[in-house]
Design a protein around this ligand. Structure first.
Ligand SMILES: C=C(O[C@@H]1C=C(C(=O)O)C=C[C@H]1O)C(=O)O
Length: 101
């Protein structure tokens, strides 16, 4: 083999050495998804704690656990950002935070 290579050969070499393999792309993207899911789950648990504090304060002062007008605002926010599945996600979050109505 000679020491020099054509432009086409060096392009090929660059591609084989620098293009990530699909399995590597998927592996590192899944690591990122796992990290994001960890943060989302921590945030959901934090939300549950904050929501519980509000509900307890309201019940202790003679109010009700659930306030539908506030829940409507939250459902609307999620629907605006995520469309119809956003409403489903918000309903699940609300159920986690205040139980079933
Ligand atoms: C936390 C509250 O109490 C309940 C729980 C809510 C929530 O988790 O976001 C919203 C409305 C209420 O049904 C609140 O009124 O803000």
């Amino acid at each position: 083999m000679s020491g020099s290579s054509t432009a086409a050969e060096s392009m090929e070499n660059t591609e084989t050495t620098e293009t990530a393999k699909p399995a590597d792309v998927i592996g590192s993207a899944r690591e990122r998804i796992d990290a994001l899911d960890g943060q989302i789950l921590d945030l959901v648990r934090e939300r549950m704690g904050v929501s519980a504090a509000i509900q307890e304060a309201r019940i202790a002062s003679g109010g009700r656990r659930v306030q539908l007008s506030r829940e409507m605002e939250i459902l609307d926010r999620y629907r605006q950002r995520l469309g119809k599945p956003g409403t489903t996600l918000a309903m699940t979050l609300l159920e986690l935070c205040r139980g079933r109505v």
